[in-house]
Ligand binder design. Structure first.
Ligand code: COA
Length: 189
């Protein structure tokens, strides 16, 4: 019912750059303004990843963006970007117009272990850097070693951490949170 979790929050600067896609994949970027066909592909990818499909419309409605690698006509790896609001480990993040929060990444079985996830994170940093973002944040449960490795390979550095109770896999009650580098601009709002 309730489980104690620890989350590491990472940050990386955004700078306009074009990531050369890994072999056989191309970048797909989708927003609320994308065609109905593209939005249907996003919903299908979320469904295949066992995510809730109605989340797609809610996220697009608040301005979130979806990024993915397309391979062989299918979405093989994806993730989301928001300007917020964003809560991590039961704590509200400090929002700024030039801050982006990356979340809900997934690489499909059969495509894992080929560096698609860190390459997508780098590609997103490059795209965000070209559209006025200065910093990208991402968080990971410390038990998720595969994700943490990918985040570090993509050039992100740990900046803060949280400890919280996850209740019924749905609610988070914060126990503790701290900046690792006190001189950095505050991450928590
Ligand atoms: C975390 C995740 C996104 C990584 O995607 P990826 O594209 O496989 O990333 P990488 O290729 O960088 O591999 C990361 C690590 O996964 C592990 N891995 C390697 N091959 C693997 C395979 N065939 N199957 C599973 N994991 C594998 C390795 O530990 C690898 O690290 P290494 O490169 O140092 O060996 C993916 O495992 C996933 O979708 N997991 C479930 C959802 C999740 O945890 N999302 C992230 C939190 S939002």
């Amino acid at each position: 019912m309730a489980r104690k979790n620890r989350t590491m929050i990472y940050v990386a600067p955004c700078a306009a750059a074009t990531e050369v896609p890994p072999a056989d994949v191309a970048l797909l970027q989708a927003t609320a303004a994308s065609s109905a066909a593209v939005r249907a592909r996003v919903r299908a990818a979320m469904r295949r990843a066992n995510e809730s499909e109605p989340l797609v419309a809610r996220r697009f409605a608040r301005g979130d963006e979806f990024f993915a690698w397309l391979g062989g006509g299918d979405i093989v790896c994806f993730g989301w970007v928001t300007r917020g609001p964003r809560w991590i480990g039961g704590v509200r993040m400090a929002l700024r117009p030039d801050r982006a929060f990356l979340f809900n990444f997934y690489t499909f079985d059969g495509r894992r272990g080929r560096g698609l996830y860190p390459a997508l994170l780098r590609a997103i940093r490059g795209v965000l850097g070209g559209t006025g973002f200065a910093e990208a944040f991402i968080d990971v449960n410390v038990r998720n070693v595969a994700s943490a490795k990918g985040i570090e390979k993509a050039g992100f550095a740990p900046i803060a951490r949280t400890e919280h109770w996850s209740v019924l896999e749905r609610w988070s009650v914060n126990i503790a949170h701290e900046m690792l580098e006190p001189t950095s601009a505050p991450v928590f709002g």
